[in-house]
Design a protein. Structure first.
Length: 388
């Protein structure tokens, strides 16, 4: 289970993993996305950076989000036996200082999930990588590396959530994969839509607002001057940088810019920053996932900038674009249960691979499976009931 940088709700996926002939097979069963209750989402959004936050509010949000995750977990568990739950929770802050991640905070108290379901819960999955010198992100790189392992050439996984991240499997001159956050995907677009509609709408549905506008070249150039884009990989960012206040500063003195032109310009920013990284690492196949895949204007802008590059989605590999991150954290939970590292050091920048998370016991004694001596390197996904 995960709530991403769009902070809109909880995604979940139930995955049955088995190892056959050295390949990890995952059968994806029940999946879904449950919006946060409106009042809770409002409190969460008001508490995010750059807002100040009291310990009292932090405690209450940690509890309320934990309870919301517990309800989703209970519904999923009731639909079929679940042996282990991996809860990413809700990221509220990613502490970055001069390119180095010093800490990361996800809330959503996992004890509520364990108590509600009676199932052990893997949680706090990013911290160990940070302590080992990594960025704590993008952890989805493990799934990208395993899922795209069989592709020839130089493929890359792309996630278009609030933030865009890339996993390049074979960067030029290296056999080690590389992963990092390239910049905003939907974060600034969403902020612009909220600004334009007074909060009535939260995202640019079907990319209609951006499609009605024209890109402002001067604003796009100023946006592209953001120092983050010039930092070397691995690197990570979030809404502690790309938030509504950031957008407001960039719009100073541009009162004449229409809402549609702003949306078009921010959509072009996402497409341009992603495409620049694809070109930088000579990627020939991009496999995209995340909410941005449902924005045809964004996908068209990206395709226009990726001449000669095959642009596809994770649907081709057995996982819906909206479900990929939830499946990725199920994969991380499986690795933790079997005592296996769930990070790729060259992708996060850590000094070595680490087994992730802390485990909250369920209703009975904690019993984990016998550790595996060798981790599978290839992942194959199917949908429950689909022909194998």
């Amino acid at each position: 289970m995960i709530s991403g940088t769009s902070h809109d709700g909880i995604d979940h996926a139930v995955v049955d993993f088995t190892v056959r002939d050295g390949v990890l097979h995952g059968e994806v069963g029940g999946t879904g996305s449950t919006p946060y209750p409106e009042a809770l989402r409002g409190r969460l959004m008001r508490a995010l950076p750059p807002a100040a936050l009291t310990f009292a509010e932090a405690c209450e949000l940690d509890t309320l989000i934990g309870q919301a995750f517990a309800e989703v977990a209970a519904a999923a568990e009731a639909a079929g036996g679940v042996d282990l739950i991996c809860s990413h929770g809700q990221t509220v802050y990613h502490w970055v200082d001069e390119g180095r991640v010093l800490g990361t905070l996800q809330i959503g108290q996992p004890a509520w999930i364990a108590e509600r379901t009676g199932v052990p819960v893997v949680a706090d999955v990013r911290a160990r990588d940070v302590v080992a010198g990594g960025q704590g992100a993008p952890l989805v790189s493990l799934m990208d590396v395993m899922l795209l392992a069989g592709l020839p050439g130089r493929p890359a996984g792309l996630n278009l959530g609030g933030i865009a991240n890339l996993t390049v499997l074979r960067p030029p001159g290296s056999d080690a994969p590389l992963a990092y956050d390239s910049g905003p995907a939907n974060a600034l677009i969403d902020a612009a839509v909220v600004r334009a509609t007074g909060g009535r709408d939260r995202y640019d549905a079907d990319g209609r607002l951006a499609a009605a506008g024209r890109v402002d070249p001067a604003l796009l150039l100023e946006l592209l001057a953001e120092p983050y884009y010039r930092l070397p990989a691995p690197k990570s960012t979030g809404k502690e940088l790309f938030h509504a206040g950031y957008l407001q500063r960039m719009l100073a003195g541009r009162a004449e810019l229409s809402d549609a032109d702003l949306a078009a310009t921010l959509t072009a920013l996402t497409a341009e920053t992603v495409a620049a990284e694809v070109r930088r690492y000579e990627v020939d196949t991009v496999v995209a996932a995340g909410g941005g895949c449902a924005n045809p204007t964004l996908m068209a802008m990206l395709a226009d900038r990726l001449d000669g590059v095959r642009l596809t989605t994770t649907d081709e590999f057995g996982v819906d674009t909206d479900t990929k991150e939830a499946v990725a954290f199920a994969l991380i939970g499986w690795h933790t249960a079997y005592g296996l590292p769930a990070t790729v050091p060259s992708c996060t920048g850590a000094t070595g691979a680490r087994t992730l998370g802390a485990i909250v016991p369920g209703a009975g004694p904690l019993r984990l499976p016998e550790p595996l001596a060798v981790a599978p390197t290839t992942l194959r996904l199917t949908t429950a009931g689909a022909a194998r």
